[in-house]
Design a binder for this molecule. Structure first.
Ligand SMILES: NC(=O)c1ccc[n+]([C@@H]2O[C@H](COP(=O)([O-])OP(=O)(O)OC[C@H]3O[C@@H](n4cnc5c(N)ncnc54)[C@H](OP(=O)(O)O)[C@@H]3O)[C@@H](O)[C@H]2O)c1
Length: 270
């Protein structure tokens, strides 16, 4: 005799979740992480590898990437490093090709590499504007372009774009950076509509202030720098907090899409 359906949505949900839930286990999956030589990218690579993913790390500083690879291998994980400038499309194609050759088809891409210059618009630092667009916008597209055909063909994939709270609101002193992160948001929202039918998930994660791994990046615009720096007594996020958000997004059951996550210091909500 067929089992009687149990009344109540919560029962249905609990049973369905239990059936579809995967543990935090990425065994057998391949993840490519850009900007993995430090900060959020490095932590994300470490955490995904700890969850069992085979990880391919891209950034410009090969020596730093290799240190991260060694950290992962020392814990029994599988990782490779490929020197990559995300602003150069051929180098990003090569990053993904190396991942596929050495680790297997790419299941997860974390588009994390980005840079920012604090600059008032009136300072007209136009070369810095160009560089932010090249890395944060074109670099993101280069990542997407390198994995999308394979993900669609396999009907499986997850692209995680690291955006910013500056992708949701404009802040004085970082107008162009905000513009690049609004771009990330726009592309992500739109492509999510298109890719759902191909079973490719697309997530944006919007960090607030994250403690820097190493010294503050050189900033030539003092006024903008002062406007944009967190107050000295504010407890800012650690890169691990964003890596955990990535891990959460990529380990949900197949029917759950974590489309965006705004993660900020408690002291500074939008
Ligand atoms: N820190 C924050 O307060 C904050 C806040 C909101 C959002 N975010 C976002 O979080 C992400 C990570 O930031 P983070 O704090 O970890 O910054 P970070 O410590 O400066 O790390 C940035 C990473 O991007 C890489 N990178 C820069 N230009 C690159 C290029 N042309 N090609 C390849 N890799 C490049 C750097 O590696 P190489 O120098 O070796 O290339 C580095 O590994 C970024 O998308 C950022 O916009 C950060």
């Amino acid at each position: 005799m067929a089992e009687k359906p149990e009344p109540g949505i919560s029962n249905w949900y609990i049973r369905k979740s239990a059936r579809d839930s995967a543990p935090v286990d990425l065994s057998g999956q391949v993840a490519v992480i850009t900007g993995a030589s430090g900060g959020v990218g490095r932590c994300t690579a470490l955490l995904l590898a700890e969850a069992g993913a085979k990880v391919c790390l891209g950034a410009r500083r090969l020596e730093q990437l290799q240190t991260v690879v060694e950290e992962i291998r020392a814990k029994g994980g599988q990782a490779i490093a490929v020197q990559t400038d995300v602003a150069k499309r051929a180098e990003v194609k090569n990053l993904v090709a190396q991942a596929e050759k050495e680790l297997g088809p790419v299941d997860i891409l974390v588009n994390n590499a980005a840079l920012w210059y604090f600059t008032m618009m009136t300072s007209l630092h136009e070369d810095d504007w160009d560089r932010m667009v090249d890395v944060n916008c074109k670099g993101l597209l280069n990542g997407i372009g390198a994995v999308l055909t394979g993900m669609v063909a396999r009907k499986k994939g997850h692209i995680v774009n690291i955006s910013s709270d500056s992708g949701l609101k404009g802040f004085t002193g970082v107008s162009v950076y905000c513009g690049t992160k609004f771009f990330v948001e726009g592309v992500t929202q739109s492509m999510r509509q298109e890719l759902a039918k191909h079973n490719v998930k697309v997530t944006t994660i919007q960090p607030g202030y994250v403690a820097l791994d190493g010294p503050e990046r050189p900033q030539k615009d003092k006024e903008a720098y002062e406007l944009c720096s967190p107050p000295a007594d504010m407890e800012v996020l650690q890169p691990e907090n964003i890596a955990s958000a990535v891990l959460y997004a990529v380990t949900q059951p197949s029917f759950v899409a974590v489309n965006q996550m705004l993660v900020q210091p408690v002291a500074q909500p939008l």
